[in-house]
Ligand binder design. Structure first.
Ligand SMILES: [Zn+2]
Length: 317
């Protein structure tokens, strides 16, 4: 398994006391120390790559702020190193997608996170939508011409409005989110189901504040997993959020690490899967939880026989 990480991610600061802080990755690195996985750096995503899911005018506007602190959104303040970090996070997610096609699963330990970033707006601590960039890459739409079916599974406590927007009308990406509702950013009603060719391929599962393993797992197995099985994805990107865990300072939920792993497990066992870090704001808890889910991802990779696509035959070209 590959671990994508980059010192540039530590140069993104949203201000003193902000929960999306460099301390998060410091804790994750400590928790993963000793795991025998291959470490890879990020690399700057190209403008062309960023424009596969973002509007060119938005990409230009963000890149023009490189090297100076700005306020991109009420919830996205940057520092001198933020654009460099965001661009390398996106590049790492794209490289992880390419690696997954070659048969190597990976975990992208990126900052800033991405799932609130819409085609043309930074939101909710997010600048570029790393998971969406990876999912688009995995479809093959701009590459080898394949039209592979890709699942984005998002168990972050917040709805991934940006990812939903990006794939709203796509027939090759299933977006499945479990999130607290009502809660930030206010989207993610179960009536939001996609449109046009993407009708039915957005699945939102709303959870009440304070929900624990019993409520969350029942929702996952009764409503999310059947939709995933119907779609029969060839690849999966997990928008790896950990802020639904009990003890997270922002999430207000009671999911256990074991409960989170029980949602990842059937997906990882059935579909070649990569993970991209999203939320999770108690650093020691985040470290323990990333380690547990990364072990799961790596364990299945070790046991997998043959290249990806063996279990799920790719769509004929
Ligand atoms: Zn979140």
């Amino acid at each position: 398994m590959l671990i994508f990480d980059d010192p540039a991610f530590d140069e993104h600061h949203q201000g003193p006391g902000h929960p999306e802080s460099p301390a998060r990755l410091v804790a994750v690195r400590a928790a993963l120390a000793g795991r025998p996985w291959i470490r890879r750096r990020g690399r700057p995503a190209t403008v062309e790559e960023l424009c596969t899911v973002h509007a060119p005018a938005y990409v230009d506007a963000v890149l023009a702020t490189d090297g100076r602190p700005v306020v991109l959104d009420p919830d996205v303040s940057t520092s001198a190193g933020s654009v460099r970090a965001a661009r390398r996070a996106a590049g790492a997610a794209l490289d992880a997608a390419d690696a997954l096609v070659r048969g190597e699963p990976g975990f992208v330990l990126c900052r800033p996170p991405g799932h609130h970033a819409t085609p043309d707006r930074a939101m909710g601590f997010c600048i570029f939508n790393n998971a969406a960039l990876a999912a688009h890459r995995l479809t093959g739409r701009d590459g080898d011409g394949a039209r592979r079916r890709v699942l984005v599974f998002d168990p972050d406590v917040h709805h991934g409005n940006g990812t939903q927007d990006i794939f709203w009308q796509r027939d090759d990406v299933l977006y499945v989110s479990l999130h607290r509702a009502p809660f930030y950013p206010g989207s993610g009603a179960e009536t939001e189901r996609g449109a046009g060719p993407g009708a039915g391929l957005t699945v939102n599962v709303e959870l009440p504040a304070g929900a624990g393993d019993d409520v969350v797992l029942a929702a996952f197995f009764e409503r999310a997993l059947p939709a995933i099985e119907d779609f029969d994805p060839e690849y999966c990107v997990i928008s790896a959020g950990y802020d639904a865990l009990a003890g997270d300072p922002l999430g207000g939920m009671r999911l256990s690490i074991d409960g989170l792993c029980r949602m990842w497990a059937p997906i990882v066992a059935a579909v070649p899967t990569m993970a991209v870090l999203e939320g999770g704001y108690d650093p020691p808890l985040l470290g323990r939880a990333v380690a547990a889910t990364a072990d799961l991802l790596a364990g299945d990779a070790t046991g997998r026989r043959g290249p990806p696509g063996v279990r799920r035959q790719p769509t004929a070209p």
